[in-house]
Design a binder for this molecule. Structure first.
Ligand code: MN
Length: 201
């Protein structure tokens, strides 16, 4: 069975060099063009000739398990992760998202500290998420491997990739430094636009 062509690798919305020195060109080249491309290729291979070929990526994530879940979620997670980064980021949340951050965590610095602690503390590979429930209330969700809060009925807003491939070229074994650098390029404008869609779809 030939692989499906349903899903494709979204191009990065910035140049490979644009996030340096926080995230190097070499890291982005491997992370996007090698690791993420491989998840998308495997996803297309696994859905070929199955009912999953007719489903949205989100529905595959909600319904599949095993290798199909892993590759579908990794394809989704990485697109979501890369899309939140910018060489000219809005450094802080504002508006209704800022109100929700303050209600849940006290202030934005405390949110950053708590997500960083969760990222450094997650054993092995995985993702740390900022997510919202249907009422817009925020929480931090740690997931091993390809885990995504969509499977808990939550709305993902922001993802920290703690797989070694996300930071090892630039920061070697020091995950905390990789996370610290990531905060420098997270564009809160994107997180706000995601938050604004809750309740509208
Ligand atoms: Mn990754």
């Amino acid at each position: 069975m030939a692989a499906s062509t349903k899903f494709s690798l979204a191009p990065l919305p910035y140049d490979m060099k644009a996030l340096a020195p926080h995230i190097s060109e070499e890291t982005l080249l491997y992370h996007h063009d090698k690791h993420t491309a491989a998840y998308v290729a495997k996803l297309n291979e696994l859905i070929a000739g199955t009912p999953y070929e007719e489903m949205s990526l989100e529905d595959i994530i909600r319904k599949a398990d095993g290798p199909l879940f892993n590759n579908a979620a990794q394809a989704w997670n990485h697109d979501f992760y890369f899309a939140a980064l910018s060489p000219a980021p809005q450094q802080m949340p504002s508006g209704t998202l800022l109100e929700a951050v303050n209600a849940a965590f006290g202030d934005t610095d405390t949110l950053r500290q708590k997500m960083t602690q969760a990222a450094v503390g997650l054993f092995g590979s995985g993702w740390v998420w900022l997510a919202a429930d249907a009422n817009g209330t925020l929480s931090i969700v740690s997931k091993p491997n390809a885990g995504n809060p969509l499977t808990d009925g939550l709305h993902p807003l922001l993802a920290i990739d703690v797989w070694e491939h996300a930071y090892y070229i630039d920061y070697r074994n020091v995950r905390a430094d990789g996370v610290k650098a990531l905060w420098q390029v997270i564009d809160w404008r994107v997180i706000e636009s995601r938050y604004a869609t809750i309740g509208t779809k």
